[in-house]
Ligand binder design. Structure first.
Ligand SMILES: NC(=O)c1ccc[n+]([C@@H]2O[C@H](COP(=O)([O-])OP(=O)(O)OC[C@H]3O[C@@H](n4cnc5c(N)ncnc54)[C@H](OP(=O)(O)O)[C@@H]3O)[C@@H](O)[C@H]2O)c1
Length: 349
């Protein structure tokens, strides 16, 4: 009997938070087989599925940098997979690839739609292709070095600081000689930032005295703000901005689940403090990936950069609740779901 291929599909568009059991529906169809492959295609099994804040935004029927997920379609998602069969010369059986497979256990991919692990220097384990060497790592590198561009002694503030992007962005700012202040959602995360990652200060935005503590942590105001969250924290950072500050607009996770997103109140600060605020989407900057990955890999090797992964067990079915929990801060470092452990025998299809 043919092996089943579990996939998770969008059932209905949420207006606020994702509702487990309602927003998505699971389906099982026959898994693809090597005989289905055409020239240039590969057959893969997903090992780790990346859970990313932007996935919630892709459920809205709105113009964005990617088309919205359609009702009934397989949920969007990137993963690291193992090649089970290949009719492409770019990879061999058993290689790892990064691709936008969606929420599925098996997929057929064509050349140009996957990245072989050879593009990830210093790769130690497949999950690194989703974490420090993956999209969030290069996003941190690009936003911090090409937009924020901190100088030695400047004050850099990073929100979402204990997450995949923020934790790398803050450490890169430290490597550039800046004084780095992280904002995160628990005392444990703040301790991790200062004690393990070398941030100069970290402030818990859920604590009652957050605003006062943040003021104390930024006595010389802010030169670079790496924004992962938007909302009230962005307004607070605008108010603490120094003249000619650079605001790197990477993401606004505090607004992704909101049916009525908040605007910026302190917009006047852009003028009075002559702030440069720049948003970016990392996929516009692929030409920087080789250099970003090479530098990140070297820093990891030298112990100058640390990373963490929060890996959810339970297979593909754990993705739905995992995505809900991402917005509740379940993760320290990169959040992903283990769909299949790479140490297990490859599937025979
Ligand atoms: N521009 C680009 O090309 C690009 C590429 C990748 C990612 N991004 C953006 O970068 C940001 C971080 O993404 P990531 O993948 O690295 O995720 P992540 O930071 O690993 O995970 C998200 C974190 O956000 C925090 N959070 C959740 N709700 C929040 C809220 N209401 N206010 C403040 N913090 C909140 C949680 O930590 P706490 O416990 O601290 O709340 C959670 O752990 C997101 O905004 C994402 O959209 C942008």
């Amino acid at each position: 009997m043919a092996r089943g291929n579990l996939s998770i599909h969008l059932a209905e568009r949420p207006t606020g938070e994702i509702i487990p059991g309602t927003t998505f529906t699971a389906k099982t169809s026959p898994a693809p087989s090597p005989s289905d492959l055409k020239d240039g295609q590969i057959l893969v099994e997903v090992l780790y599925l990346s859970l990313d804040p932007t996935l919630r935004a892709q459920l809205n029927d709105r113009r964005s940098y990617v088309p919205p997920v359609q009702i009934g379609a397989v949920m969007n998602g990137a993963s690291v997979s193992r090649v089970l069969a290949t009719r492409s010369k770019q990879v061999s059986e058993g290689d790892y690839v990064y691709a936008a497979t969606g929420w599925t256990e098996y997929a057929i991919l064509e050349e140009g739609k996957f990245e072989p692990s050879s593009q990830y220097p210093g790769l130690r384990q497949p999950q690194d292709m989703l974490s420090a060497l993956g999209i969030t790592g290069v996003t941190a590198w690009y936003g911090m070095t090409q937009i924020g561009d901190p100088k030695p002694g400047e004050t850099v503030v990073v929100s979402g600081a204990a997450g995949a992007t923020g934790s790398v962005a803050g450490q890169i700012a430290k490597l550039k000689g800046a004084r780095v202040v992280g904002i995160a959602g628990s005392d444990d995360k703040c301790r991790w930032l200062t004690e393990e990652l070398g941030f100069d200060a970290a402030v818990n935005y859920k604590a009652a005295d957050f605003k006062q503590k943040f003021k104390e942590a930024t006595p010389n105001y802010i030169d670079v703000y790496f924004d992962n969250v938007g909302g009230d924290i962005l307004d607070m950072c605008l108010i603490r901005a120094k003249e000619f500050a650079r605001f790197v607009e990477c993401g606004v996770i505090s607004q992704y689940n909101s049916a009525d997103p908040k605007g910026i109140k302190a917009i006047g600060q852009l003028v009075t403090m002559r702030i440069k605020m720049q948003g970016f989407i990392i996929f516009d900057h692929r030409e920087h990936f080789p250099r970003a990955r090479a530098e990140i890999s070297k820093w990891l090797e030298e112990g100058k950069l640390k990373k963490n992964e929060t890996i959810l067990q339970g297979g593909l079915r754990a993705a739905e609740q995992g995505l809900v929990d991402l917005y509740r801060g379940i993760n320290t470092g990169k959040l992903m779901v283990e769909v299949k452990n790479p140490n297990e025998t490859p599937s025979k299809l």
